[in-house]
Design a protein around this ligand. Structure first.
Ligand code: GLP
Length: 386
């Protein structure tokens, strides 16, 4: 699992677009799994803007969406079908015949689920975009959903209905049911890109990466997948700490200064006992299996190195120049405070460089700046939602 921390929604869109571009450039007829919700909007805007200015073509792309409400008019504003049309599909050259989404108005919903499952099986996604619910759901797979359930009718929790109420005139109009792709079906994608913005997602992100590995947080299933990129803003990442990532449940993207091989050795050599001690409030049982992670890490790093976008080479000099000041900033930043971390001017500069370059090394720099907030996160961690 690679983790990129970005400053805001715009950067999230740009960073996520790097993944889309990589996949579609390599395979113009790629199958992309799309997600709805507020989080991927910045990505869809970036895709639309890039396309408008002569960028990627989606003519041969096939699109499958994760889910749809039951009983909502597909032309109405609240439907995910309409959301995709308005937010993205009408702004790129995708063939509407190549877009599919579960039909929540089908007479026979079970038959519709079976149709969708078969379609996904026939067209496994080259890249699946995901958001995450505040309760850790992916698509509409709510806590305790069995991972092997294929596309199915999901009963939505009260918290999910409340979180999604803004699309409806009245919260009572949020449907109780939705059709959703299943968890294992999501995992059939070759690559997964999970996006999260805002503090209200922080607990779910913590649980997904560091929490107990069970169905109480459906997103923990992603730990089984060999190619997951998680793009977060600082607020969504606010319960994570660098130390925890280094323990092997996840790995921040490599910086230009720290070659991947060195990091691998360090991770392998750290004794388990030492890791536990450092974990503070994180019980060992809540951490993902060390062995599984250790096996996956080298692969993930190799992939990250291979997949570095072209622009990275062009801006290498720029990256190196900006790295040093950031390190100094960290060293001078002093002990943790209860203050919410802010962006000093120097860091803004780094972020701006990242914006231009859109590169992973700069993302790593931003994660390094997370350190002063670790104490804060430790405190928040005690407030577990379940
Ligand atoms: C809905 C969708 C999910 C999405 C989630 C988060 O529940 N079914 O696929 O990830 O909302 O939405 P948002 O990005 O608006 O927070």
């Amino acid at each position: 699992m690679r983790i990129a921390i970005v400053k805001n929604a715009k950067e999230l869109g740009e960073r996520a677009f790097v993944e889309i571009k990589k996949v579609i450039s390599e395979k113009p007829d790629a199958v992309i799994g799309f997600a709805t919700g507020a989080t991927p909007v910045a990505l869809y805007e970036k895709m639309a803007d890039d396309h408008k200015h002569g960028g990627l073509s989606y003519k041969q792309v096939k699109a499958f969406n994760l889910d749809e409400y039951v009983g909502v008019d597909p032309n109405g504003k609240a439907s995910f079908k309409r959301f995709m049309a308005d937010t993205l599909f009408s702004k790129i050259d995708i063939d509407p015949a190549n877009t599919d989404i579960p039909n929540g108005m089908a007479q026979d919903l079970e038959a519709e689920c079976a149709r969708y499952s078969a379609a996904i099986k026939e067209n496994p996604a080259d890249l699946q975009i995901l958001g995450i619910g505040e309760n850790g759901h992916i698509a509409f797979n709510e806590p305790y959903t069995k991972p092997d359930e294929p596309t199915h009718i999901a009963l939505l929790t009260a918290s999910t209905r409340a979180a999604n109420a803004s699309a409806f005139k009245d919260p009572s109009l949020v449907p109780q049911y939705a059709l959703t792709m299943g968890i294992n079906e999501i995992l059939t994608a070759k690559r997964i890109l999970l996006l999260a913005l805002g503090e209200r997602k922080a607990q779910a992100i913590y649980d997904m990466i560091m929490g107990r590995d069970d169905t109480s947080c459906p997103a923990t299933a992603l730990r089984k997948h060999p190619d997951v990129t998680v793009v977060l803003d600082r607020e969504a990442a606010s319960l994570l700490t660098i130390k925890e990532w280094e323990k092997g449940s996840a790995q921040a993207e490599e910086s230009a200064e720290a070659p991947a091989t060195e990091q691998t050795e360090e991770a392998e050599q750290t004794p388990v006992a030492e890791q536990t001690e450092e974990a503070e409030q994180t019980p060992v049982a809540e951490q993902p299996a060390e062995t599984e992670q250790a096996e996956e890490q080298p692969e993930v790093r190799e992939e990250a190195a291979e997949s570095a976008p072209e622009a990275e080479a062009e801006t290498e000099e720029q990256v190196e120049e900006t790295s040093a000041p950031v390190e100094e900033e960290v060293a001078e930043s002093g002990p943790p405070t209860d203050e919410v971390p802010t962006y000093p001017e120097e860091q803004e500069e780094v972020a701006a460089t990242y914006e231009d370059a859109g590169e992973e090394a700069e993302v790593e720099d931003l994660t390094v700046q997370e350190e002063p907030a670790q104490e804060n996160r430790g405190k928040k961690k005690k407030k577990h939602r379940r």
